[in-house]
Ligand binder design. Structure first.
Ligand code: BES
Ligand code: MN
Ligand code: MN
Length: 455
């Protein structure tokens, strides 16, 4: 098998490859919203059929307490290495829909990009694996056993997949896991992600008086829960951008200056970063660059805040309740359950005596780093080098894929995060898109990964 042979197959089939992806993107498989549960189910069906058509021996839909998991396999020999492909067919909600230039579930190809919710995260990326597999089957070039596990709950925390993995360790037995759900630095700079941040996600509620009050009759005598919540939130970080939650940094593994110097060699242009986002200036924890702030350091961000009157015009009200959703991205050394506990203790401690505070943990996941000195990584690196003409740079990513740490813990398997997206793909945002170049480059690279792994 060589690059030219794969390129010829792609050239011959690329219109169909795009049409099939577009069909998949038409299914609004939004996992967070129960209104779409039927579509999520239907999407699992579409994925299963696509795997059958591509040539697996066996494919099934595994129901869970939530959305189903699609499992499929092709076993060629007990002596060949086994690759487990993980991906997710669920997508984030499309809201706010009015900010999209075209409908989120009516894909269009424009200026070399496929626009649709899920195009980059993760349908366009896991489907590259289905088409790469099809190439290997059609050309009698499959050198490894393959297992596909494509889930429908990644965007809501993968809780049921965790149970499925624990219950099916035998079935999921493999040598390595490959995942395309991350990005490359740019289309000339191949990248392999070697770290993911963990996540602790909480919702907080601050309660003051037992009902909404007239803000003139009572204002000045009764503490306002929204004001209190804002004070509390603003105290969670100091002027250096350090998080003040007691014990938050205690177990953070500091990255050595040597490793940081190496990471800083990855291309990054501050000006185009800022311009692309329309911000006047980036901001990171003091002592760390923006790139470090978004990868090797933990964070605390308010994701949403509400309470009181937010309708048209003015209403003079002193509200009874205030709410916020807060996420903390975690780095190696930190444990998400412990951090959630520390947050809860701290948040209750700093609450003034005038209000009541509740903290509810929503979901979480552990951080991880992946070594570069094992066969799977080297196979991925070699494959990308063949197709990009450059050795990929190992980079720690800022996002989270909570199940990856569990793969290691429960299955004892390392994952290779060989994604082909770009940070500018607008995943989770309006106008999400995936480059046609990136989609086809992925299909071209993946069979070479199998080849080098089997060598
Ligand atoms: N594919 C992303 C994660 C990602 C994106 C990692 C880009 C690295 C680079 C994934 O689908 C995602 O969005 N994960 C969620 C976690 C989840 C529990 C909702 C996240 O990171 O917010
Ligand atoms: Mn994803
Ligand atoms: Mn996502």
């Amino acid at each position: 098998m060589n690059k030219e042979q794969i390129q010829a197959y792609i050239e011959e089939n690329k219109d169909r490859f795009l049409d099939e992806l577009i069909e998949l993107l038409r299914v609004p498989s939004v996992s967070a919203d129960p209104a779409f549960a039927g579509d999520v189910q239907r999407c699992a069906e579409v994925v299963k059929v696509s795997l059958e058509k591509a040539g697996v021996d066996h494919a099934e839909i595994c129901q869970t307490a939530g959305h189903p998991i699609v499992y499929a396999e092709k076993i060629i020999s007990p002596d060949a290495p086994t690759v487990l492909v993980y991906g997710h067919y669920d997508v984030q909600p499309a809201d706010p829909v009015e900010l999209w230039d075209s409908a989120p579930f009516e894909p269009v190809i424009k200026d070399g990009n496929i626009y649709a919710r899920g195009s980059a995260d993760d349908k366009g990326q896991f489907y590259m694996h289905v088409k790469a597999f099809e190439f290997m089957i059609e050309n009698d070039e499959l050198p490894c056993n393959v297992k596909f596990m494509i889930e429908g709950e990644e965007e809501v925390g993968s809780e049921n997949l965790g149970i499925f993995v624990k219950d099916n360790t035998e079935k999921l037995n493999a040598d390595v896991i490959i995942i395309s759900d991350t990005s490359i630095i740019d289309n000339e700079t191949p990248t392999i992600t070697v770290g993911l941040r963990g996540l602790s996600y909480v919702e907080v509620k601050v309660t003051g008086p037992n009902k909404d009050l007239h803000s003139g009759v009572y204002g000045g005598a009764v503490d306002n829960p929204i004001n209190v919540l804002c004070d509390m939130i603003s105290s969670l970080k100091d002027e250096n951008g350090h998080i003040t939650v007691d014990g938050f940094y205690d177990k953070v593994e500091e990255v050595s200056l040597e490793d940081r110097a190496k990471m800083a060699e990855a291309p990054f242009n501050l000006e185009s970063f800022q311009n692309g986002l329309g911000i006047k200036a980036a901001r990171s924890e003091s002592g760390y660059s923006p790139m470090e702030g978004a990868s090797i350091r933990p964070t605390l961000d308010v994701n949403g805040i509400w309470g009181g009157y937010i309708g048209e015009g003015a209403k003079t009200v002193l509200p009874s309740e205030a709410f916020a959703k807060i996420s903390m991205r975690l780095v190696p050394g930190q444990d998400h359950e412990e951090i959630t506990r520390l947050f809860e203790d701290h948040f209750k401690k700093i609450a003034p005596g005038t209000v009541m505070v509740e903290v509810t943990g929503l979901h979480g996941g552990e951080p991880l780093v992946i070594p570069t000195n094992f066969k799977g990584y080297q196979a991925a690196s070699q494959a990308m080098e063949d197709t990009f003409g450059k050795t990929p740079i190992p980079v720690r990513g800022g996002g989270s894929i909570p199940i990856v740490a569990l793969f290691e813990e429960v299955l004892g398997l390392k994952s290779i995060l060989m994604g082909f997206g770009l940070d500018s793909d607008d995943i989770h945002s309006p106008n999400e898109h995936y480059g046609v170049f990136n989609y086809l480059r992925g299909i071209e690279t993946i069979p070479l990964f199998y080849k080098y792994l089997a060598e």
